[in-house]
Ligand binder design. Structure first.
Ligand code: SF4
Length: 204
């Protein structure tokens, strides 16, 4: 913690929550709320399978499991599920329990891992992959300048929110709330009703 009571480093995984919804980030990071429903439990068990650590080599390809990464510049720290190295190219791989979503939160988390990996190794990390257990599909993610900028902005926003010290308002986007495991704790519709801000709620 610094002299203002803010964390020195934020868990990389929290950028995923923040990119999805600032209020979700606040509930999970500040309030330590976690709703363990079936998909969340399934994801935890799947993560435990890949989180056993270690190093494997197959031909020229090296896979390292559960790699600790951090960035002093962005004040982020956390684990990458896997870091693959093929022909000298480093590539973070993240496992997710669901299916490919329409939001960018998983990609922002992966990009944060790449930025940490670059800072730790001094090597360029151009691509990564997200493996979705729900659909058994890999999504290749290119770390474009836009995605890098979005990720850095998310990190800055997280620290700004913590410095402001106030829980963000609920989203007005119902589609996200419907897919959010914290809806029963967050109560977005009830909060919007009480605060008189429910008219702006959108379905998409
Ligand atoms: S229910 Fe909606 S507003 Fe509340 S944390 Fe989840 S996504 Fe955010």
């Amino acid at each position: 913690m610094d002299e203002h009571g803010e964390p020195d480093y934020l868990p990389i995984s929290m950028l995923n929550q923040l990119e999805y919804c600032e209020r979700r980030f606040w509930l999970m990071y500040v309030c330590a709320e976690m709703e363990v429903n079936a998909p969340v439990l399934e994801g935890t068990l799947q993560h435990e399978r890949v989180h056993s650590g270690g190093r494997e080599q197959e031909g020229e390809a090296v896979t390292r499991r559960r790699v600790y990464l951090w960035s002093d510049r962005l004040r982020l720290a956390g684990f990458a599920d896997l870091v693959e190295e093929v022909a000298g190219a480093l590539r973070p791989v993240e496992h997710k329990h669901g299916r490919i979503g329409r939001w960018l939160n998983d990609q922002v988390q992966l990009c944060a891992q790449a930025l940490c990996l670059e800072e730790r190794t001094g090597r360029a990390v151009e691509r990564g992959e997200i493996f979705y257990w729900g659909s058994r599909r890999r999504l290749e993610v290119t770390f474009t300048p836009e995605l890098r900028a979005r990720t850095e902005a998310a990190a800055a926003r997280a620290f700004a929110l913590l410095a402001a010290g106030r829980m963000p308002a609920p989203l007005t986007l119902r589609a996200k709330c419907r897919e959010c495991s914290l809806e029963g704790i967050c109560l977005p519709r009830e909060t919007a009703f009480l605060e008189g801000t429910g008219e702006g709620v959108r379905d998409e």
